[in-house]
Design a protein around this ligand. Structure first.
Ligand code: NCD
Length: 314
């Protein structure tokens, strides 16, 4: 069976560290090239490989960074950006569609609205093609493992570690796959202290619970009081497309990271957001807000992941 990434805690710590170093090499090369007014990082490590990119839900960062990563490594990309551009529109099952396109590509990257990979690896609730490498680029309200890896890489660059941190998590805890994978990766591979806040008072589903870390659910009234304790504050928008409602309820007001709240954070603290950013984070010009750095790091981490899937080293 080919390599696959379905969930955030599948990779061993040594592999994750290798990915951080690979991503860092790509980042440095990119900066150097751009500094010389040259095009960004590029190589032929994946020369001739074909990456299939099937995004059945809207995406900017994840799709562009994956496709740019493949092209910067010398690979080619075949993509579908909605179910209406494939035979899914004619009633074909997703399993049949994936088995079909798996015949043509070397790795398949899938984003879909259903939580396809939320069962245990031993008892999958969805069969993916076994003869092609596979990446879950976000499945419904379940997981978004590559987002968690780029988030972890971003934290590692800042703190030179990804453990022993006080992390505040704010957003749609039941529905945000970015938060699920973030907590799963940073809570099970290393020990961190999580404090979560949710505008609507719901908790993270048990199955994403960290194994080695502590997690505290706080009431909204405690939010300001705890701000000075955080090394990392991770925000994500209300997932309206899955809830059918969201910001019009005004529930997010308390958590907006305006200048008053940024000032309450420690000098070294960082504020992260997987994007798309909305009114939960009105400011991006503050050095503590590293949203654009995350976005850039996405491409370097995805270059590293593609190299790892194909067993090549820069
Ligand atoms: C996230 C997603 O799609 O889950 N975005 C992303 O991939 N960068 C978060 C979100 O949409 O809120």
């Amino acid at each position: 069976m080919k390599m696959r990434i379905l969930s955030a805690n599948e990779l061993g710590w040594d592999t994750i560290l290798d990915l951080f170093h690979m991503a860092e090499d790509f980042r440095l090369q990119d900066e150097l090239n751009r500094h010389r007014n040259d095009a960004g990082v590029r190589s032929n490590l994946l020369n001739g490989c074909i990456v299939g990119s099937m995004f059945l839900e809207p995406s900017t960062r994840t799709r562009w960074s994956f496709e740019a990563a493949a092209l910067r490594l010398g690979g080619n990309v075949v993509s579908a950006h909605s179910s209406s551009s494939s035979s899914l529109e004619k009633g074909e099952t997703l399993e049949d569609t994936l088995n079909t396109v798996a015949n043509y590509v070397d790795v398949l990257i899938l984003r879909c609205p259903e939580p396809l990979f939320d069962a245990s690896p031993n008892h999958p609730n969805f069969c993916i093609p076994s003869d092609v490498a596979f990446i879950n680029a976000g499945d419904g309200n379940n997981e978004h493992p590559t987002q968690a890896l780029l988030d972890a890489y971003t934290i590692w660059r800042r703190f030179e570690r990804v453990g022993d941190l006080n992390i505040g998590v704010v957003g749609d805890l039941p529905e945000s796959r970015a938060i699920h994978s973030f907590v799963k990766l940073l809570g099970s591979k290393m020990t961190n202290n999580f404090t979560t806040y949710c505008p609507i008072g719901f908790d993270i589903p048990d199955k994403f619970f960290p194994l080695t870390s502590s997690i505290h659910y706080k009431k909204e009234s405690d939010f300001d009081e705890h701000l000075p304790e955080f090394d990392v504050l991770y925000l994500n928008r209300m997932q309206e497309e899955r809830r059918g409602w969201g910001r019009e309820t005004g529930q997010c007001e308390l958590y907006k990271m305006g200048f008053d709240k940024l000032d309450m954070l420690d000098q070294q603290a960082i504020v992260m957001n997987p994007g798309p950013r909305r009114d939960e984070m009105p400011i991006i010009s503050d050095p503590k807000v590293i949203y654009q750095e995350q976005t850039r790091n996405g491409m370097y981490m995805r270059m590293a992941l593609l190299c790892w899937l194909f067993g090549v080293k820069p």
